[in-house]
Design a protein around this ligand. Structure first.
Ligand SMILES: Cc1cc2nc3c(=O)[nH]c(=O)nc-3n(C[C@H](O)[C@H](O)[C@H](O)COP(=O)(O)OP(=O)(O)OC[C@H]3O[C@@H](n4cnc5c(N)ncnc54)[C@H](O)[C@@H]3O)c2cc1C
Ligand code: FES
Length: 509
């Protein structure tokens, strides 16, 4: 299968199997103790923790909650993040590696506790997680990972015969990890936030956050009024305010997921191959039998060619491993990877002492994001967590991240120059087929032109509103993606992913 229609409904299993939420929009100005911006796993977790700590909270979501990255995850709830711990130990030392292990283990237990205490029906299940060796050459690395992880207190062991794939020479196994349905879990949490003192507002886009410093409260500007708060949690995946140069300290990793029905029983456990590209497998129970989630085909956003082709390759990979009866769903999303592999969680940056943020979960935000929500809620309530220093966004360890940081930026700079020099001088957009898009130069200005499935032409500026790189067509999602720092825009120019916060001008043309 190289061309043609990609099988499967183009929607995540999580949004397709839960109702849409319907929280009210903000209606005028409001004063609360803590404003939380963004209703993904970080925002919902932080807002509920704050409300439970007795704070008056407003959770502000631009669209509908849990439809962002969290609504498109694979939803493994595990402290096993590929082959991560030996690296953390070597680069950051035992203290930081232990903090990372502790935070992510605490997050699993937090989810398990809530599921049990509130009797949340969210397909939560304990399962072992395996990261298997891609080949014999990776054996030593896998063996060391198991040793290091065990020494950090994780339930890790080295196994010679993992249940999947058949030819895997070895794996590191973490016992007692978990998986769930992220929307069923988080919609239950979100329903517990509103009350006399706290609120969830949807369709309320935040346009700016100002820290009042020692003397004045913070001001959160929205399109529907101003929220005044003692402190603010920015949980917008990529922070909508960037006082700490987050755009240069992390890169966006896009990847793809299929929910397939197999002719056989899927293997018991959650599986991961830590290679480029990664490959991920896990079962998920539904009323209609067990589906298998297959993930992978990662690449930097805006780079790496046709994204429709990524879906096709993933279907081929699924068929190489299993007898696939049908592809039920397919979806994709992106997460940011920090240069030193540790997320940024804490005070947002210089001049933002009462504003906190979290980003950079590297594809492991179910636990990292839960831990972040807990830590941010504590910081907003004058508390802290033992692992706070390790995750501090204002850390800078040149040894661990400096070289990577320089190369990320050089990469973005070169991209900028190359694309501006080579953009087509003109092109016949009449020839665009439905689902196609192209950047062309019109009157000296680069224009992003696409044709939708109904044959209608859309044209917006092709100049990314973040730092002026040229966007590229994403044929799998029909969006405009920026190769420099990963911003994404709809065909009518609306921001889908940051760091850009402003839409591409010329919407709806
Ligand atoms: C393909 C893929 C698979 C993954 N699988 C796993 C997995 O198996 N296990 C795991 O641990 N992690 C996984 N991850 C990572 C995990 O899904 C993410 O790290 C996590 O969901 C990020 O959550 P978040 O709350 O930061 O962001 P989001 O869920 O995106 O939430 C941010 C919210 O902020 C809102 N927002 C943005 N701007 C504004 C604004 N101006 N005003 C108001 N609201 C705003 C958005 O609409 C959104 O709802 C995966 C990632 C990818 C890409
Ligand atoms: S995301 Fe930075 S220039 Fe586009």
């Amino acid at each position: 299968m190289s061309q043609g229609e990609i099988p499967g409904r183009h929607e995540s299993l999580w949004t397709a199997t839960t109702p849409r939420t319907n929280f009210p929009a903000l209606d005028g100005d409001l004063r609360v103790d803590t404003a939380v911006v963004g209703g993904g796993i970080v925002g919902v977790t932080a807002a509920l923790h704050c409300a439970e700590a007795g704070r008056e909270v407003a959770l502000l979501e631009s669209g509908r909650i849990v439809e962002g990255v969290t609504g498109k995850t694979t939803a493994k709830v595990t402290a096993q993040h590929g082959l991560r711990y030996a690296d953390l130990l070597d680069q950051h030392g035992r203290g930081a590696a232990r903090d990372y292990a502790d935070a992510n283990s605490a997050a699993i237990e937090e989810v398990a506790r809530r599921v049990e205490d509130h009797d949340i029906d969210c397909d939560f299940e304990r399962l072992p997680a395996y990261t298997y060796a891609a080949d014999e050459d990776q054996r030593e690395q896998v063996e060391r990972e198991a040793e290091v992880a065990e020494s950090l207190g994780l339930p890790a062991s080295f196994v010679e015969d993992p249940p999947f794939p058949r030819d895997a020479p070895s794996a590191v196994k973490f016992a007692e990890q978990a998986q769930f349905h992220p929307r069923k879990y988080l919609l239950d949490l979100a329903d517990r936030i509103p009350g006399e003192r706290s609120h969830v507002f949807e369709e309320t886009k935040v346009t700016g956050v100002e820290d009042g410093g020692d003397d004045a409260p913070c001001e959160v500007e929205t399109e529907r009024g101003t929220v005044t708060a003692e402190n603010v949690v920015v949980a917008t995946h990529f922070p909508i305010e960037d006082p700490a140069f987050y755009f240069a300290r992390q890169h966006p990793k896009r990847s793809y997921v299929l929910a397939v029905r197999l002719a056989e029983e899927p293997p018991r456990g959650m599986f991961y191959r830590d290679a480029e590209p990664y490959f991920s497998v896990r079962p998920h129970p539904t009323d209609d039998g067990t589906l298998t989630l297959i993930g992978g085909q990662n690449h930097k956003t805006g780079k790496g060619g046709s994204t429709a082709e990524r879906y096709r390759k993933l279907v081929e990979q699924a068929r190489d491993h299993f007898e696939v009866e049908s592809v039920e769903h397919r979806w994709s999303t992106q997460d940011y990877v920090t240069a030193d592999k540790i997320p940024f969680v804490g005070e947002l940056g210089p001049g933002y002492e009462n504003v906190y943020g979290a980003t950079g979960f590297a594809g492991w935000g179910m636990t990292n994001g839960t831990a972040a929500g807990m830590l941010l809620a504590d910081l907003a309530s004058d508390g802290t967590r033992p692992w706070a220093e390790t995750f501090d966004p204002q850390r800078f360890d040149p040894g661990a991240s400096g070289a990577k940081l320089v190369s990320e930026n050089a990469d973005a700079g070169a991209q900028f120059a190359r694309d501006w020099a080579t953009v087509a001088l003109s092109a016949d957009t009449d020839e665009l087929a439905p689902g196609e898009g192209e950047v062309v130069r019109r009157g000296g200005k680069p224009l992003a032109v696409s044709r939708d499935e109904d044959g209608e032409i859309h044209a917006v500026s092709a100049v990314c509103t973040h730092m002026k790189c040229l966007v590229r067509w994403n044929d799998g999602e029909e969006s405009w993606d920026c190769p420099c720092h990963g911003s994404r825009f709809s065909v009518d120019g609306e921001v889908l992913d940051g760091p850009a916060v402003e839409d591409l001008p010329g919407r709806g043309g």
